[in-house]
Design a protein around this ligand. Structure first.
Ligand SMILES: Cc1ncc(COP(=O)(O)O)c(C=O)c1O
Length: 647
């Protein structure tokens, strides 16, 4: 197979990226191998020097014992078997992989993870992970700085962040925290706590702004601290009994009949983890209100209308979710407009959290950050790109600092191994509402010192035991490539340039196809995901268009029954549903493809989806553009499909 020379060059070539990854060909194998061996030896010396007076427990003759030999043989056989089977894995590292949100791994992260694994730290607490739990807290502060939150632990109201298994867990943590903060003032009222300026009724208590809720929490903590030990115990128990976490949802709402279960407002593009989260929280999926989008970006007008409806119906809102890099289209919601609508609806009595689901797009924020931590001007960001960032995208990134919490996934655009999502909240003081007590791990009261407090990490998060190696990996990546445009930003810069080149090539491709197949990029990319809708010329049926794209996709996805080498490129698919698109967008997209939207009773249109995060999509060393190669291949596949009888 040949891949063509690039016709679409990015603005600049960045060779610093070459040292970052093992590389599509394993080019940096010697570097990786040398460092793995070096740090493995280092670990062994550490074991030997722990108590050098302890003799080896495994005798030097043990390796000759038949049981040892048999075990080693079994282990080798299983490892060889595993290694052989793993060859069926999807080649995420390859620039021919344009499928899902995954690519090659950053060497500093991979090495830090490998280096740390034999120490096996458990980040549940500082006691089980004296080193890596601090690294996890530092990672939270690194993210806080990236997003514009206060990030000095000495500052009152400094942010806090921690790692999760992935974006799903981080989104759930956001829901849990928002609910704790929303319901706590109601518990204070129910307990009849004196002297702390409680809201006048349950509705206003349930509708404090997150900041007012945190300030009330601090007033309560200060007041409690001033009581005698006996009174402190009494009031602590009394408030605890009234908390939603103690009563459970149903009893809480029975006790407070003027309140109803709150809803979550999110765009229709929201990831399915939000539905999972609402189920898990016990609020139920019905409380997830999906708001219309325009071009797959939250429709600010529809959002404001939804808020007004909630205020009129006296339906509390737990949280508004804005997506920064939607899963299917990479589109960015108008976070600034969400915040503006929240301020306006405040007068109508609604108070709620604003969370940014930046599981995908969070690391793009590096493009907007100077090394000194200040925000870059829009013109400076734009100078490396053709279109990015649109004014709306720039405003959305700038507004992140005013939101209450953010999800970001190091295992996506952070190029880190799986098992690394992250949750960051703007003001850490709310976290004490999540604290769970377990005397065998966490001793004594909540320490006032920031690091001492969060070293008891397992108290505040959903997980108990968790990988310290994952935290070490994220930390080392952020130290090696600081989260600003001049360092880490090199990676998103390359991928957004690739996405712009891909978009331009897709438009030329559509023109080249002439009338044979109608092709369209349905949404101009905000980031580095680009979709392509295709329909054979003269066809008006969505079912037939879907069958055509399904046959193309057959060639573009991993099939465990066939060697991966038989695949030329990898892509993914998604579906455009008229009822979710809305009438205007449906009328813009479907007829342009020659399709009649309602011909098949609201059937979704299957489209190709491309995630452009591989840093080597344009290989300058060899003068190859895998983007052009992909379109050449797609063109050949289309020709073959059209040539089939009955096509
Ligand atoms: C926007 C968004 N949020 C949340 C998630 C869930 O992340 P994870 O799969 O790491 O749990 C994803 C995953 O694709 C996502 O794109």
């Amino acid at each position: 197979m040949t891949v063509s020379a690039p016709t679409s060059e990015p603005a600049s070539v960045d060779h610093a990226i070459d040292a970052c990854f093992l590389g599509p060909y394993g080019e940096n194998d010697t570097l990786l191998e040398r460092l793995v061996v070096e740090f493995l030896r280092d670990h062994v010396y550490w074991r030997r020097n722990f108590h050098p007076e302890d003799p080896p427990a495994i005798s030097t003759a043990a390796a000759r014992h038949p049981d040892y030999v048999a075990f080693e043989a079994r282990m080798r056989r299983e490892l060889h078997q595993l290694s052989a089977t793993l060859k069926k894995s999807v080649p995420f590292h390859s620039p021919r992989y344009l499928g899902h949100m995954v690519s090659d791994l950053l060497l500093p992260g991979l090495l830090a993870q490998i280096l740390t694994l034999p120490y096996n730290p458990n980040n549940v607490s500082g006691e089980a992970a004296p080193v890596t739990v601090d690294l996890e807290i530092e990672v939270g502060l690194q993210f806080a700085r990236l997003f514009g939150f206060a990030h000095d632990p000495k500052q009152t109201g400094c942010a806090f962040g921690h790692l999760t298994a992935g974006g799903t867990g981080a989104n759930f943590q956001a829901l849990r925290l928002a609910l704790a903060l929303k319901a706590f003032p109601v518990a204070l009222r129910a307990a009849g706590v004196p002297d702390i300026a409680l809201p006048p009724d349950d509705w206003s208590a349930f509708n404090l702004s997150p900041q007012d809720g945190i300030e009330l929490l601090v007033r309560w903590q200060t007041w409690l601290g001033a009581q005698t030990p006996a009174d402190r115990q009494h009031w602590h128990e009394r408030v605890k009994r009234e908390r939603i976490e103690q009563r459970g949802l149903s009893d809480f709402f029975v006790q407070h009949p003027t309140l109803r279960a709150p809803c979550v407002l999110a765009p229709i593009t929201a990831h399915y983890s939000w539905s999972k989260g609402l189920k898990l929280l016990g609020l139920g999926r019905d409380q997830l209100h999906l708001v219309a989008t325009h071009g797959m970006r939250l429709d600010a007008g529809a959002f404001e209308q939804a808020l007004q409806d909630c205020a009129r119906e006296r339906r509390p809102v737990l949280m508004a979710v804005a997506v920064l890099g939607s899963t299917e289209y990479g589109t960015v919601d108008p976070i600034d407009a969400v915040l503006g609508a929240r301020s306006r609806v405040r007068e109508a009595g609604l108070g709620f959290s604003v969370h940014v689901d930046a599981a995908w797009g969070g690391y793009l924020a590096t493009l907007f950050r100077n090394p000194d931590g200040t925000r870059r001007a829009a013109n400076d960001v734009a100078q490396d790109f053709r279109e990015f960032p649109t004014p709306g995208v720039y405003r959305a990134f700038a507004a992140m600092a005013q939101t209450d919490s953010i999800t970001v996934d190091p295992h996506k655009l952070g190029y880190l191994p799986y098992g690394a999502g992250a949750f960051v909240c703007r003001d850490h003081r709310a976290m004490s509402l999540l604290a769970e007590h377990a005397p065998y791990v966490f001793h004594g009261d909540e320490p006032p010192d920031y690091f001492a407090r969060y070293r008891r990490l397992g108290q505040y998060i959903l997980d108990g035991s968790k990988s310290g190696a994952a935290a070490a990996a994220v930390y080392v990546v952020h130290k090696t490539l600081p989260l600003d445009h001049s360092q880490f930003g090199r990676l998103p810069r390359a991928t957004i340039q690739a996405a712009e080149a891909f978009h331009a090539r897709a438009q030329r491709f559509a023109a080249e196809l002439g009338g044979r197949v109608a092709a369209l990029v349905p949404f101009a990319p905000d980031s580095n995901l680009v979709c392509l809708a295709l329909n054979p010329g003269g066809n008006a049926s969505i079912v037939r268009a879907n069958a055509f794209v399904a046959r193309l996709y057959e060639r573009l996805h991993a099939d465990p029954h066939r060697p991966v080498q038989t695949k030329e490129f990898f892509g993914s698919v998604t579906s455009l549903k008229p009822e979710l698109l809305g009438a205007t967008e449906t009328q813009r997209i479907f007829p342009a493809l020659g399709l009649v939207p309602d011909s098949d009773e609201g059937e979704g249109l299957t489209i190709l989806r491309h995630t452009l995060m591989n840093p080597y999509l344009i290989d300058h060393t060899n003068g190859i553009s895998y983007i052009d190669g992909y379109f050449d291949y797609l063109g050949r596949c289309i020709d073959e499909e059209l040539a089939l009888p009955g096509a």
